[in-house]
Design a protein around this ligand. Structure first.
Ligand code: NAP
Length: 320
């Protein structure tokens, strides 16, 4: 009989120092969970199968939340395809199989909206997985994530364990990566507009045409979805998590320009790739389960900008 999760359950959050992992940690701590477990990549390299097996053997967690991954923006994903495929598969395989072999009943796998086909109908439903080709610039990352989703699905179906995958849309918030070589579009814009403001309101150059549409979710709202999935058994194996609303990259730039107080020009560098033309997640399945987002985009960006200013001298260094 599976042990149900309570406030004393041992919950291992893989990647607990990352943007997602740290948000999940804060959310669980705030709810009174008292037995949270985290290891840095220096303490436990999740690519190392023997080390992960030994860790599971000793710690025997009741639940695992997989927020550890090699993550990056278009540039990093495109230039380091082999590393994005292989390291992500190593990390998730060791975590999923180690959990399975050690009798962990509850596993929450975090993927990303890039798992869906490049030209899939919008908004993206979970059912569109594996119905067409992926966006080439993040194919490697997406393939790794898809294999993680499938591993969890097969364990769930074959062994009746609560292994579930949540696919967040583009996330932003505290502990985001502001390193321009590897950051996602929203934190990259915050940094570029802020620095241009400091630099006598110089022009800001942004990638692509500005016409692609994206949805964004404040990471603390995703953390609430993870807590929800931890405390409840979701009916199916795969759920999208997002705001359900999208906007163009140009509109996003205007919002960030206003919040940061930049008054200069914006130059769009159309020689750089746009990525998928539109990517909006259909979040009706997760809504029907009882979760929905609650931080409006401008409010979330405002909070993130305050965090950015407070931490400007301590940003994490991202090695590729
Ligand atoms: N950011 C987004 O917009 C977004 C959107 C959708 C989905 N997601 C998903 O959410 C998850 C987490 O993303 P994030 O944005 O929180 O990433 P992040 O801030 O880069 O954090 C990733 C974490 O993974 C850990 N990690 C990486 N390689 C490791 C290794 N070899 N061994 C041990 N730990 C390792 C790092 O640990 P250390 O800090 O100890 O080195 C880091 O804390 C990913 O699965 C990602 O696909 C993110």
């Amino acid at each position: 009989m599976a042990k149900s999760i309570d406030k004393t359950s041992k919950i291992y959050i893989a990647g607990h120092r990352g943007m997602v992992g740290s948000a999940v940690w804060r959310a669980l701590q705030a709810k009174g969970y008292s037995n949270l477990l985290g290891k840095t990549s220096q303490e436990l390299d999740l690519r190392d199968q023997a080390a992960v097996d030994a860790f599971y053997n000793i710690e025997k967690p009741d639940a695992v939340i997989d927020a550890a991954a090699k993550v990056g923006g278009i540039l990093a994903n495109n230039d380091f395809q082999y590393q994005f495929l292989m390291e992500n598969m190593q990390i998730q395989n060791n975590l999923i199989d180690g959990a399975f072999k050690n009798g962990v009943e509850k596993f929450i796998f975090l993927g990303s909206s890039c798992i869906y086909p490049k030209f899939a109908k919008q908004p993206l439903k979970e059912a569109y997985l594996l119905t067409d080709s992926l966006e080439p610039t993040n194919e490697a990352y997406a393939l790794a994530k898809i294999s993680g989703i499938k591993a969890c699905e097969f364990i769930r179906n074959q062994y009746n364990k609560d292994y579930v995958s949540l696919m967040p849309t583009n996330l932003y918030g505290y502990n985001d990566n502001f390193d321009l070589k590897s950051s996602h579009v929203l934190p990259a814009m915050i940094r570029k507009f802020h620095e241009a403001k400091q630099n006598s309101q110089s022009p800001v150059t942004l990638w692509g045409s500005g016409t692609p549409m994206r949805d964004f979710l404040f990471v603390d709202d995703l953390a609430q979805a993870v807590v929800y999935a931890l405390e409840n058994k979701l009916d199916e194996n795969l759920y999208n998590v997002g705001s359900g609303k999208d906007l163009t990259i140009k509109e996003l730039a205007k919002i960030i320009q206003k919040i940061t107080g930049h008054k200069g020009d914006i130059i769009w560098d159309a020689t750089k790739p746009d990525g998928t033309p539109r990517k909006l997640l259909d979040v009706s399945k997760m809504k029907a389960m009882g979760w929905q987002y609650n931080t409006a985009l401008e409010a979330g960006i405002q909070k993130t900008y305050v965090w950015f200013l407070d931490n400007i001298n301590n940003f994490k260094e991202v090695k590729l």
